[in-house]
Write a protein that binds this ligand. Structure first.
Ligand code: SF4
Length: 360
C-alpha cells in the first residue's frame, strides 16, 4: 500500500476530499453553462462513468443564474470556476453550488475577498486555489524570469495567505502546468509547506495520446509518492473520456479497485480472428456499465490453446479459433460457438452479471 500524506479533510457536497479519504476523480464540463440541458446531460454522462465532482465555467451572470437549476438536478457536487469577478462568485454561492475554484489574489481589492469569504463561510463551501503556470502573475514571471516552480509556489502561498488572513481554511490547492517536470516539482515543493488537500492535474495535457501519457506520468508519479487527494485528467474534447483514464491511473497504483477490467492478449501467430475488433467492441460495452458491487474481469483471447489458461482469473472470456471459438467462465469452457456468435454470447453473460451485481 502507498503511504499517503495526511491532509485536512474538505467537504464538497456529499464528497470528502483529503483527510485520508479515497482519491476523488473530477472533471469539467465543456458545454456552455448557460445551456442547462446540455450541461446536465454531460454531467450525467460523467457521473455514469465514475466522475465524482464536476466543475463548470462561469463566465457571466447568465451562467451564474443557470447554476441553481443545474445544481439541484446534478448527481454530482458542482464547483463553479470563476476568474476575476467576485460578484459572480457570490452569485454562484447563492445559487447553491458546492464549491468555488477561484484565486482570491486575482479578484482585486481586499474587501472583495472579504465579501467572497463571507459568502462561502455561511455555507462552509471550499475554495480551490488553482495556480496555472500559463497564467502566473506578471510580477512573478518577471521576478523568476518565466514560469518556474518558485513562482508557482509563491503564487499559491499568496492566495492561501489571503484566505487564511480572513480566517478561512476550507481550501484545496492545485499547481498545474503543461510541463510534467514543472508540475511535479511544484506539487512536491508545496506539499511540504501546507496540509490542505491537493488537486492534481497536468493542464493543457493535449489530445488522447499525449494527454494520457502526460497525465499518467505527472499525476501517477505524485500519487506514487503519496501526494494528492483529488485529480483531473485533462484531455482535449469530450470530458467523459477523461474518467476511465483517471480511474485506470488509480487502479494501476492500487489506490482504487476497478469495477470492470478487460484483459486482451497481444495476439501472436496463433491468432486467427480479428481480435482487435472484438476487444474494442467488448471495451465499448464495458465502458457503459453501471457501478457494480463486485469487480468484473473479462478476457478476450486470441486462441483456444492458451487463451482460457492465460485468463484463468477472468470471470468471463472468449478465445478465438478457426471458424469457431470458446466461451469460458473462470477458466472453464462453457460453450463452443461459431466465431460469429462469440461476441453476442459473451455480452449476454456480461448482462446477466450486471443484473446480479448492479448497484442501484
Ligand atoms: Fe497467442 Fe493465444 Fe496467447 Fe493470444 S492467447 S497471445 S493468440 S498464444
Amino acid at each position: 500500500m502507498l503511504q499517503r500524506k495526511l491532509t485536512k479533510a474538505v467537504q464538497v457536497g456529499s464528497v470528502t476530499v483529503g483527510g485520508g479519504n479515497p482519491i476523488v476523480v473530477q472533471s469539467m464540463t465543456n458545454t456552455d453553462t448557460r445551456d442547462i440541458d446540455s450541461t446536465l446531460a454531460q454531467i450525467h454522462a460523467l457521473a455514469k462513468v465514475g466522475c465524482e465532482i464536476v466543475r463548470l465555467a462561469v463566465l457571466d451572470e447568465d451562467a451564474a443564474n443557470a447554476l441553481h437549476q443545474i445544481t439541484i438536478a446534478s448527481p454530482l457536487p458542482v464547483i463553479a470556476d470563476i476568474h476575476f469577478d467576485y460578484r459572480l462568485a457570490i452569485k454562484a454561492v447563492e445559487q447553491g453550488i458546492h464549491g468555488l475554484r477561484l484565486n482570491p489574489g486575482n479578484i482585486g481589492a481586499r474587501w472583495k475577498v472579504q465579501e467572497v469569504v463571507r459568502a462561502v463561510r455561511e455555507k462552509e463551501l471550499p475554495i480551490r486555489i488553482g495556480v496555472n503556470a500559463g497564467s502566473l502573475e506578471k510580477e512573478l514571471l518577471e521576478k523568476y524570469g518565466g514560469p518556474t516552480v518558485e513562482g508557482m509556489v509563491e503564487s499559491a502561498l499568496g492566495h492561501i495567505h489571503l484566505l487564511e488572513e480572513e480566517g478561512y481554511d476550507k481550501m484545496k490547492v492545485s499547481l498545474k502546468a503543461s510541463s510534467v517536470p514543472l508540475m511535479l516539482e511544484a506539487y512536491r515543493r508545496i506539499h511540504h509547506l501546507i496540509d490542505y488537500p491537493l488537486h492534481l492535474g497536468v493542464t493543457e495535457a493535449g489530445t488522447v495520446r499525449s494527454g494520457v501519457v502526460k497525465s499518467a506520468i505527472g499525476i501517477g508519479t505524485l500519487l506514487a509518492e503519496g501526494i494528492g487527494d483529488t485529480l483531473r485528467v485533462s484531455l482535449t474534447g469530450d470530458p467523459v473520456r477523461e474518467i476511465p483514464v483517471a480511474l485506470e491511473i488509480l487502479h494501476v497504483l492500487g489506490l482504487r479497485q476497478r469495477s470492470v477490467e478487460l484483459i486482451s492478449c497481444p495476439t501472436c501467430g496463433r491468432t486467427q480472428v480479428d481480435l482487435a475488433d472484438l476487444a474494442e467492441k467488448v471495451e465499448e460495452r464495458l465502458a457503459e456499465l453501471p457501478p457494480l458491487d463486485k469487480p468484473l474481469k473479462v478476457a478476450v483471447m486470441g486462441c483456444a490453446v492458451n487463451g482460457p489458461g492465460e485468463a484463468r482469473e477472468a470471470d468471463y472470456g472468449i478465445a478465438g479459433g478457426k471458424g469457431m471459438g470458446l466461451l469460458f467462465r473462470k477458466g472453464q469452457i462453457i460453450a463452443r460457438l461459431p466465431e460469429a456468435e462469440l461476441l453476442e454470447a459473451l455480452l449476454r453473460e456480461i448482462e446477466e452479471y450486471v443484473l446480479a451485481h448492479q448497484i442501484i
